[in-house]
Design a protein around this ligand. Structure first.
Ligand code: PLP
Length: 425
């Protein structure tokens, strides 16, 4: 596998040198007025091929050493504006904080490498990243999405997206035939999947879904929030776009809200999404990007540990008299297990769900008795969380009412199991 490394380069690119020198001031003023000023100048960090492993890239935060001080942790760039060259150009690559920021770009470059993509955009939340992806499609747009998916995004697709000329067909994405049947030739612009998907951890065959999307001339996006690049790299299976709520595993410490879109190619929808991020002002903050870069340094150890613990918990509670079923793609009984085993490596993730034999009332009562597991929304942090999803999602939710969703953290496995045992007793 090839990876890239950061190197501070002379930011005067061949392209900008080749530009005619005449009236740059007038051009910038005209561009500013037209709202088309070059807000995406040449990157300051140039990529060079190396063969570093994913763990090395993450642990070293991309490996950049601050040129001014030799610091192994990069400084946080807070400037909102940057000095123009004498001829009003921005040859150092940055002009205004709403379009770009060096700390954000450095974090983006690490995620691009981890996913094996061509470019990444970091936004203020996972929802901003997802909505930006849909809004960057050509309209009118028909899109296909799974019935089991993050509830907030499902709500946006149902209630808000139609007003933007986006119509969604929801299908069981675990069934490639259902995906293929939902295609509207010439109109379907995007197939969106989430795998494993909330909260039943349904598995979609990424390669099969990619082939269906591409045969229809559509783009293919994977919400890989739960899998993370540690376990799956969807681009290698044909994804055009990989989405993350970076709020979850990528940051991993429940102290940052952020989202990411990783692009297989740095053109087309990448350019339209970058423009939307600038125009809507939805770029992630520099502090959040720095915390995210710090969080990603331990991504591999966290995700592998959480996957091992989730598997242990899932196996432990299979057959427990108070539990009707354990939903975890690592169990051979899970309908998506074989596909998950083929496209996830080194674990099946840190998320699982328990369906209680005593129904909804039992699920709510068990959550109320837990002490180590915290009753809170979200997932992917170092602390274990439990949530009764159907009461959070409310009317219309496809989530079974007897289901408790568990996000496994880094606590001692004995404490996590004992707490569940006591609450179930
Ligand atoms: N995708 C998945 C799978 C999620 O679980 C979430 C949030 O829970 C999102 C997207 C939205 O991310 P955010 O809360 O960062 O906006």
């Amino acid at each position: 596998m090839h990876h890239v490394k950061f190197a501070r380069v002379n930011a005067v690119s061949a392209r900008s040198e080749a530009r005619p020198p005449q009236s740059p001031v007038l051009r910038l003023i005209a561009d500013d007025r037209a709202g088309t000023a070059n807000l995406h100048p040449e990157p300051r960090y140039k990529t060079e091929r190396t063969s570093r492993a994913s763990e090395t890239i993450a642990a070293q935060g991309g490996g950049a050493v601050d040129a001014a001080t030799g610091a192994v942790v990069p400084p946080i760039h807070l400037a909102t504006t940057f000095v123009r060259d004498a001829d009003n150009q921005y040859r150092r690559g940055f002009c205004y904080g709403r379009s770009d920021n060096a700390t954000v770009r450095q974090t983006e470059d690490v995620l691009t490498e981890l996913e094996g993509g061509a470019a990444t955009l970091l936004l203020a939340s996972g929802m901003a990243a997802a909505a930006t992806t849909f809004l960057a499609l050509e309209r009118p747009a028909h899109v296909i999405a799974p019935t089991a998916m993050y509830w907030g995004l499902c709500q946006w697709l149902v209630e808000d997206a139609p007003g933007h000329g986006i119509e969604t067909t929801f299908v069981d994405a675990g069934d490639p035939k259902a995906l293929a049947n939902a295609v509207r030739p010439g109109l379907t612009r995007l197939i969106w999947i989430e795998t494993p998907s909330n909260p039943t951890w349904t598995i979609t065959d990424i390669g099969a879904a990619a082939r269906i999307a591409h045969a229809a001339g559509a783009l293919f996006a994977v919400d890989s929030t739960v899998s993370t690049p540690v376990l799956t790299q969807p681009i290698a299976f044909g994804a055009d776009l990989v989405l993350h709520s970076a709020t979850k595993y990528l940051n991993g410490h429940s102290d940052v809200v952020a989202g990411a879109i990783v692009f297989a190619e740095a053109r087309g929808i990448h350019e339209r999404a970058a423009r939307l991020r600038t125009m809507l002002g939805s770029i992630v903050g520099a502090f959040e990007a720095a915390l995210l870069l710090r969080g990603m340094r331990t991504l591999h150890v966290r995700v592998r540990h959480q996957s091992r613990s989730a598997m242990t918990i899932a196996q432990h509670f299979v057959g427990h008299p108070a539990i009707a079923s354990v939903l975890y793609p690592g169990l051979a009984t899970h309908p998506g297990h074989a596909t998950a085993a083929a496209q996830m490596r080194g674990g099946f993730g840190g998320m699982l769900s328990l369906r209680l034999a005593g129904g909804e009332a039992a699920a709510i009562a068990v959550a109320a008795r837990l002490r180590v597991w915290k009753r809170a929304t979200s997932l992917g942090g170092v602390e274990s969380l439990v949530e009764h999803r159907s009461s959070i999602e409310g009317a219309g939710s496809p989530c079974p009412p007897d289901l408790l969703r568990l996000s496994v953290g880094l606590e001692a496995i004995e404490d996590l199991i004992a707490d569940l045992e006591e609450a179930l007793a």
